[in-house]
Design a binder for this molecule. Sequence first.
Ligand code: PMV
Length: 327
Amino acid sequence: MQPSSLRNKRSTASAPAKVILFGEHAVVYNKLALVCAIDKRVYVTVEPLQNDTIEIFSDQYNALEKYSLKELDIFRKGDRYRYIRKAISLFFKDFDIKSGLRINIKSEIPPASGLGSSASVSVATILAMMDLFDIKIDYRKVAELAYKTELSVQGIASRTDTAIATYGGVLFINGDEFEMLTAEFPLIVAHTGKEKSTKLMVEKVRSLRERYPNIVDRIIDAIGEITKSARDKILLRDYNLGELMNINQSLLRALGVSNERIDEMIKIARKCSAEGAKITGAGGGGCIIAYTRKNIEEVYRGLSRVSNFVIRTNISNSGARIESGDE
Ligand code: PMV
């Protein structure tokens, strides 16, 4: 496909951030997880360039990087924009496209915080390119390409983040399968101020499990049971989920992925009458979620005293979407 046919065209797509309500870490051992999209998004605008350059700018890094088409798959340590470059490369291969592109990313999602920013960027980029190149929008294809992007950048990935960034709402993850649930409740998300490494935390749990397999397997099984109970409650529209979150947090602590800072923030949330509070994602840093249907203001204010990034959010039923097309 030649970019000349796309002159004056530009497309913007967006995808939501996510939080894990229940089941992180256990999901690595084929247990269940419950995730939901929240109303923070990443916006990606793509426009064609009449040369072989891929220009990428993100407001979060405030940095413009340029790559030739040949460099799309060449990663060096500390390289920026790996997800977006891989997403473009896989998309071009799949649809037999070669074109220079200018990409502009606007993100409301802090990176490396357990909010799924890399999946959201990949999903929004792929969707925007589908629109730009007049390819029939196919969300299954978007989720598939975004998953392959994560897999090849990280070496290991579950479909959780890319599925929720594509479809939004609440997803009950069961291996490669997922079930869409509907639910409506507010959440408070607060950042510990420290970026986390999912890889490190997953390794930490793996190592604990190697040393104490019988104990750790029971913890993992129990987390799986919590997630199942939460799903059953949600299906019955019973949103008394706080207690289950607190049990889940205690088990995450037992797995060694909490720390003093996280414990302190969780204590504050509960002191401010949150029904439940827990890590969301890998732990060791990143974000916590606090669950309260009645004391939102109190919990928000309490956490704001100790964190620079606190948001009140609802579940976002809007998954990835096209924001605008031609200029
Ligand atoms: O912090 P995040 O959003 O990368 O979530 C990690 C969740 C884990 O269960 C710890 C790992 C995984 O791949 O599911």
